[in-house]
Write a protein that binds this ligand. Structure first.
Ligand SMILES: [Mg+2]
Length: 373
């Protein structure tokens, strides 16, 4: 039975992580996480979720998910409501794993691989605008054979919708052009666009990138008009991805039915949790589409994403951020999860296999809220 829970807000630079720790009468606890606006997400848990959760059996994950979603979907099935639900769901899976004394990936259906393919999102000590080849070489030397960069962002932010000049196009192409010139196809390179472009210039950029064979083109347009995405998809042979910001199976249904992307990218801490990401992946599998989970949040998400990635039969590749696991996550959790020869090992168990370091709750950038029956 769920006895009480704690909302733990962590100020982590520009964003806040929210950790949720669910406590039960057996003494087991479950840990979940979401971001980036912890006061809003905690408000949803406090006001809408806690009354349903306190006293409930935490092992009935699907029913609890449906009850909580029903409670909030009337006033919006996206936003802080679903981010909060994602954190709760993650904590319930952690609890279920600890109860069964099994890692979460075993509860999801077992390991579909023994090591997990990853790419590095390049929030890095080396600037990919200035030193793309050095950065790519360094990643290759550490065994990592895929990276993600966003060299068109400064161009887009300068133009704010004005026509992309040939010089601007070349500026955005330059890092990938240099990597291909110096390293050939030794490293896969995903191109991220953060939704800054409109359709005509997105098509021009996609066509110009085709000879360089990027791994995918991510979020070239804002995600709200999937018919425009379909037009973009039909104009290029390169695979598109969107969807890190989409939520629930109904949100992803629109992407799949519109053939708007060829790589599906749910974020466990945003889309509705581990339960929802597993369902979204199954829906993608029926369309013969692979899944590349978005994993650019906090340290608990990193473990949860590894459990999901270990299990999925249609995993493409998992996002990781070197700066996070080498630096920002350090000292927060009872374990690290680092790549070995460019791939992640299977994450530990039971549950998510990790907990907060005992002293974390008393740190000055951490604020703890107790929710009791
Ligand atoms: Mg992205």
């Amino acid at each position: 039975m769920i006895q009480y829970s704690r909302g733990i807000r962590v100020h982590a630079g520009l964003i806040d992580w929210l950790w949720v720790r669910i406590h039960t009468d057996t003494g087991l606890t479950g840990l979940g996480e979401t971001y980036p606006c912890s006061p809003a997400e905690l408000g949803v848990i406090e006001r809408s979720f806690a009354p349903h959760l306190l006293g409930a059996d935490p092992l009935n994950i699907d029913k609890l998910w449906a009850d909580l979603f029903l409670g909030v979907s009337y006033h919006g099935w996206a936003g802080a409501e679903v981010r909060a639900l994602s954190a709760i769901d993650m904590a319930l899976w952690d609890l279920a794993g600890k109860h069964a004394n099994l890692p979460v990936y075993q509860l999801l259906g077992g390991a579909s691989r023994q090591t997990i393919p990853i790419y590095n999102t390049c929030y890095d000590h080396l600037d990919f605008h200035k030193e793309p080849v050095r950065l790519a070489r360094e990643l290759l030397e550490s065994g990592i054979r895929a990276m993600k960069i966003w060299p068109f962002d400064p161009v887009a932010l300068r133009l704010r919708g004005e026509r992309l000049s040939p010089q601007g196009l070349q500026e955005g192409l330059e890092p990938l052009r240099l990597i291909r010139q110096e390293l050939g196809d030794a490293i896969a390179v995903a191109m991220e666009f953060h939704g800054y472009w409109h359709l005509p210039d997105a098509i021009r950029i996609a066509k110009a990138l085709e000879p360089y064979d990027p791994m995918w083109l991510e979020e070239m347009l804002p995600q709200d008009n999937l018919a425009a995405y379909r037009e973009l998809a039909s104009a290029t042979c390169l695979p598109l991805t969107i969807s890190e910001r989409l939520m629930t199976r109904w949100g992803f249904r629109e992407v799949l039915h519109n053939r708007a992307a060829r790589v599906i990218m749910p974020d466990i801490s945003w889309c509705g949790g581990i339960s929802e990401a597993k369902k979204i992946a199954a829906m993608a599998e029926t369309e013969y589409l692979p899944v590349a989970p978005h994993n650019c949040g906090g340290p608990v998400l990193h473990f949860a994403s590894a459990h999901l990635a270990a299990n999925l039969t249609n995993l493409y590749i998992l996002e990781t951020v070197r700066r996070h696991y080498l630096d920002e996550y350090r000292g927060l959790l009872t374990a690290d999860l680092l790549p070995i020869n460019g791939r992640l090992p299977l994450p530990p168990g039971p549950g998510l296999g990790v907990d907060l370091m005992p002293d974390v709750l008393t740190r000055p950038n951490v604020c703890v809220t107790h929710l009791r029956a």
